[in-house]
Design a protein around this ligand. Structure first.
Ligand code: GDP
Length: 437
């Protein structure tokens, strides 16, 4: 799979940083340099790598971080989010509607997989209940119409083209009008790709766009073209307003980093990827799951999605513990510390019952002192029944408190255990909804 090697190198750089005894500037710099080298070796454009590096540095801001912050996590998340940013222009693409005809024009160089992808795209929407139709506006390449006709016939999709008409604009306009009359709600125009970025190609694209007024122009890009991808994508973007990108041949063995650069150059979202020659080898593209897969992270994107609106980067580790681990006294200790720092209040108000919000700071400090007198084993346990009376008295004495106050803390722990398990259920339900809706 394209980009597998790149993904492997980035995760190995992150792993080395995670395994280091302490994360200092030297370890961080090495990690960043390894990531940058991996990107460059995989044909990602040098400016993009530079931007990515300086953005990660700015987010991580190692010098400005107080001790105790989980630097490993902060670095991992900064790398993750910057890779996502590189692929995500932050604006959604136009999606065809069923109740009115949409015109979608495909552009890209010859051999990029344009004709194949037009049919895949039509087939994808046909399966979802649209009534697509294909128009061959490539009058330049002999055999272009026959290829489209053959693909369309196999997929049972109506097509339009001409062996005699030499003006692509005439063919496109006639094709669009014909299919509008026939109430087709998704009309796809395949355009000429030619060999190189010649002026005539771009002029023709502009004329076609002018005449057919497409709702969306899709740029089809071959993932194996390496460094050249960036300039190509930029040229297409500059001459015709590319609204979305489809990257093809993602099943190949090419490096694929050029494709990432090109996506950044078009500032348009990737909507699908082609993963083979067959009509069904076509996948929806979503940035976060893709980057997660690339880095071998399975659940991070889902997790970040859940909590990103309310949790600061340095709070996410605790949040993850709350969601994924058994709620121990030690986790309650960390939670109380965060509450005292004032940094967990938003999460708390979202997830915990109201009464805990008002837990007084004095009480929380008292609980922390008592927990300081507990052993590691006691803090790691979830079963209060294991606490012997003699230990409870020792804890109270060690903290200079009454035994009744230790019991009060245990009550608090029980209440929080219930709240946290409710919260887990809530998040899991939302998680399932997110994937099934
Ligand atoms: P066009 O000149 O841009 O219209 O490109 P074509 O659609 O003719 O495709 C060129 C070649 O790439 C053909 O052999 C296709 O079968 C192949 N192709 C297109 N998309 C993919 C893909 O996602 N994976 C693979 N392996 N081959 C593809």
């Amino acid at each position: 799979m394209v980009l597998q090697e790149l993904g492997g190198k980035i995760s190995s750089a992150l792993q080395q940083m995670t395994n280091a005894t302490t994360v200092n500037q030297k370890v961080f710099d090495k990690c960043l340099n390894d990531i940058a080298r991996a990107l460059l070796q995989n044909d990602v454009q040098v400016e993009i790598v530079g931007d990515l590096q300086s953005n990660i540095k700015r987010i991580v801001n190692l010098d400005g971080r107080a001790e105790g912050h989980n630097k490993r996590k902060i670095i991992q998340q900064a790398v993750f989010s910057e890779l996502c940013k590189m692929l995500d222009p932050g604006k959604p693409s136009f999606t065809p509607k069923k109740n009115e005809p949409s015109v979608v024009m495909f552009v890209g160089l010859q051999g990029s997989g344009k004709t194949t992808t037009c049919t895949k795209y039509a087939h994808y929407y046909q399966n979802k209940g649209w009534k697509p139709a294909l128009v061959c506006a490539d009058t330049f390449r002999a055999g272009a119409f026959d290829q489209l006709k053959q693909n369309a016939t196999k997929a049972n999709i109506p097509f339009y083209g001409s062996h005699t008409e030499s003006d692509p604009v005439n063919v496109a306009v006639e094709g669009v009008e014909t299919f509008k009359r026939e109430n087709r709600n998704l009309i796809i125009i395949d355009t000429s790709g030619r060999h190189v970025q010649e002026k005539a190609l771009f002029e023709e694209m502009l004329q076609l766009r002018e005449a057919t007024k497409p709702d969306l122009v899709i740029f089809v890009m071959d993932s194996s073209i390496g460094q050249a991808a960036f300039k190509q994508a930029q040229a297409f973007k500059q001459s015709v307003d590319v609204g979305a990108v489809i990257v093809t041949k993602m099943d190949g063995h090419a490096k694929g980093g050029g494709a990432l650069s090109a996506v950044a150059a078009t500032k348009s979202p990737v909507i699908f990827i082609g993963t083979g020659e067959h009509i069904n080898e076509f996948e929806d593209f979503n940035v976060k799951p893709f980057v997660s897969r690339l880095l071998g992270i399975r659940d991070l994107s889902g997790f970040i999605n859940q909590v990103k609106e309310v949790v600061q980067v340095d709070e996410q580790e605790l949040m993850q513990k709350l969601l994924e681990q058994n709620f121990t006294m030690r986790i309650m200790y960390e939670l109380f510390q965060k509450i005292l720092e004032g940094s967990f209040n938003q999460v708390l108000s979202m997830l915990m019952p109201k009464e805990h919000e008002n837990e007084s700071q004095v009480k929380i400090r008292r609980y922390l002192t008592m927990m300081d007198s507990m052993t590691n084993e006691e803090l790691g346990s979830t079963d209060l029944k294991l606490m012997k009376e003699s230990r409870i008295m020792r804890i109270a004495r060690g903290a200079g408190r009454q035994v009744s106050e230790v019991f009060e803390m245990f009550q608090e722990y029980k209440r929080l255990t219930i709240s946290v398990s409710k919260m887990k259920k809530m998040v899991n339900t939302r998680h399932t909804d997110e994937f099934t809706s």
